[in-house]
Design a protein around this ligand. Structure first.
Ligand SMILES: [Zn+2]
Length: 290
């Protein structure tokens, strides 16, 4: 699943391509029509397909913003601001092409679900193999309240205070630290890969309870999360499973990971262990991480 650095990579690639363009029309796949007709909400959330397409037609993309793992397309239509909010789910990807054949990987081309046709002649295609991604047309963030509950961006000056404050709340103090840092209300955009890495670099066992970690160590851990996220952004994110940067590109961060997906600890050569924490598989070194 793409985490903050991967979404940042998509944003940076999209920005110069789509900013200032006007959506002429929107085409949605049969699969999505069928899913919506069956009462399921595949990809397009909130509105029905016709409403969604009508809402976007004629909108100009004013600017883009990343918030946690979401991309906000800030739109202007008839002088009013709107948003198209995109979440890539497990395997969503954006392609900027002139026609669908330019999407070279079969598995993405076959799963092209939403196509934005621009007045400028090109198009932006949202493809999603597993269909866990989301697209929402909103007037403001308040139209989808979970957006208002996200932790501050990890690079914001208040993010550490927020993290420390939450760690002291009774509802979190007995949680496993890994589950805590992967909670989007606590830290924005830190999923399994970067939580695993930050805990390994800090030599903290992923199942350790939040209250069993000193304030000083919590501050260091938060700083380590920020360092790992920034390192990954600089290296184009981790290309694992079905994550692609725009137009099918790949990142390099997977080659820099020290613990995620490893069979052996790079520091002490012990066999790594796996444990399910908060419903997610956690890899750690039983010798190095206490
Ligand atoms: Zn080790």
């Amino acid at each position: 699943m793409p985490e903050l650095p991967e979404v940042e990579g998509v944003l940076r690639a999209l920005q110069p391509i789509v900013t200032g363009k006007t959506i002429n029309s929107v085409v949605v796949s049969e699969t999505i029509y069928r899913s919506k007709a069956n009462g399921k909400e595949a990809i397009i959330k909130g509105l029905d397909v016709e409403q969604f397409c009508l809402a976007l037609a004629g909108a100009k993309i004013d600017h883009l913003e990343r918030r946690s793992k979401y991309i906000y397309f800030h739109l202007l239509k008839n002088g009013y601001p709107y948003m198209l909010v995109s979440h890539l789910g497990m395997s969503g990807a954006w392609f900027s092409v002139k026609n669908l054949h330019e999407i070279t990987e079969d598995k993405f081309r076959k799963h092209a679900h939403v196509t934005l046709y621009f007045e400028e002649g090109d198009m932006l295609v949202y493809a999603d193999i597993r269909r866990f991604g989301e697209l929402r047309f909103l007037e403001t963030e308040a139209d989808y309240p979970p957006l208002l509950l996200m932790a501050p961006e990890p690079f914001d000056q208040y993010a550490l205070d927020h993290f420390l404050h939450m760690s002291a709340l009774p509802k979190y103090e007995n949680k496993a630290i890994k589950e805590f840092i992967m909670d989007g209300h606590i830290v924005s955009g830190c999923g399994n890969i970067y939580a695993t890495e930050a805990l390994f670099r800090m030599r903290i066992h992923p199942a350790r309870k939040v209250k069993r970690i000193s304030r000083e160590r919590k501050i260091q851990l938060f700083q380590e999360i920020v360092i790992v996220l920034l390192d990954s952004i600089e290296n184009g994110g981790s290309t694992i499973s079905d994550y692609r940067t725009i137009n099918g590109g790949a990142g390099n961060m997977q080659n820099r990971l020290q613990m995620y997906g490893k069979k052996e600890c790079l520091v002490c050569c012990s066999k790594t262990k796996q444990k399910t924490i908060g419903g997610r598989t956690s890899t750690y070194c039983p010798a190095c991480q206490k």
